[in-house]
Design a protein around this ligand. Sequence first.
Ligand code: NCD
Length: 306
Amino acid sequence: MFTKKHIISTRDFSKAELDFILNRAEELESYAIRGAGQESELLKGKILANLFYEPSTRTRLSFEVAMKRLGGKVVNLSSPEASSAAKGENLVDTIKVVSGYCDIIALRHPKEGASRMAASFSSVPIINAGDGAGQHPTQTLLDLYTIRKENLLDELKIALIGDLRYSRTVHSLAYALSLYGAKLFFVSPDALRMPDEIKMDLKGAGAEIFESTKITEFINEVNVLYVTRIQRERFPDPAEYNKVAGTYRITTELIAENEDVVIMHPLPKLDEINADVDQTKNARYFRQAFYGTPVRMAVLSLLLKS
Ligand code: NCD
C-alpha cells in the first residue's frame, strides 16, 4: 500500500516504501522503451503541471515522457521569466492557482524547502523535482533503481564524489542509502564537504561513513562511484567556485585500479569525468538517466492512485 500524498524528501520514506516504488517502476519499465509496442492508458484524463523555476533537461523531459507514455497530458512552466513569477507573484499564489488546473505538480525551485511549503498549500500532489541544495527525491529513486539493476543495493559500498556541500542529489541519496546499510565514502575538496548536520543524521541512522579529499584512497574499497558536478549556481562568491573548479576528475587510469567499478552521475557532467570514460563498460550514467522515465511513471501512478 502506498499512502504518501506528496514526494518531498527521501527522509519521509521507509525502505519498504522505497522498494515498493522501485517494484512499480520495474512493472512499468516496458512502457518506457521506445518501439516496444506497449501502450498504456493508465493516466488517461490526468494532467501534470511541470513548474520549473531552475534549468532542467532530464528531470522535466522524463516527467513529461512518463506522463505521456502512460496516456496523460502535460502543461509546462519552463521559464520563470515567461510566467507571472516575473511580475512578482509569490509561489503560494501560483501553487493555489495551478493546483486548480491540474492533477499533480512537479516543482523545481531554487529555495530549499519550497516543495514542502508548496505541499501545504496545494490541493493536488506535489513532487519535489529539486529544491535548492536540499533534496531531489525522484533522482534518488532512479539512482536506487540503477544500483538495484546492478544487484548491488544490498552490499553497496559507494563513493559520493565532488560537490557534497551543495548537490541535492547526494543529500537525498545518502539518506536513502542509510536505510539499505550502505557503506558511504565521501570524497570532496575540503570546501565542499558533506554538511555536518547531514553526517550526524546519517550516523544516527547507523550509517558507516568514511571521508577523504582523494578518491585514490577508496578506489579499491567501493563498487560504485557516484560523481557530481560542482554546483556553480549555489556559490555565494564566484571566486570560491573558481578555487575548486576542476579539482577532481575520473579518468580511465583511475578506473583501471578497480575494473568492475560502476560509474554513476546524475548529469549534467562538465569536466569531472574524462570523455573517454563514456566508452568504458563501467559508465552507467546514460542508462541511469533513461531510468528516470520508469521511475517517474511509478511515482506519478502511485500518487494519482492509478
Ligand atoms: C541534478 C540536479 O538538478 O540537482 N540534475 C538532475 O536532475 N539530473 C544534478 C545537477 O544539476 O548537477
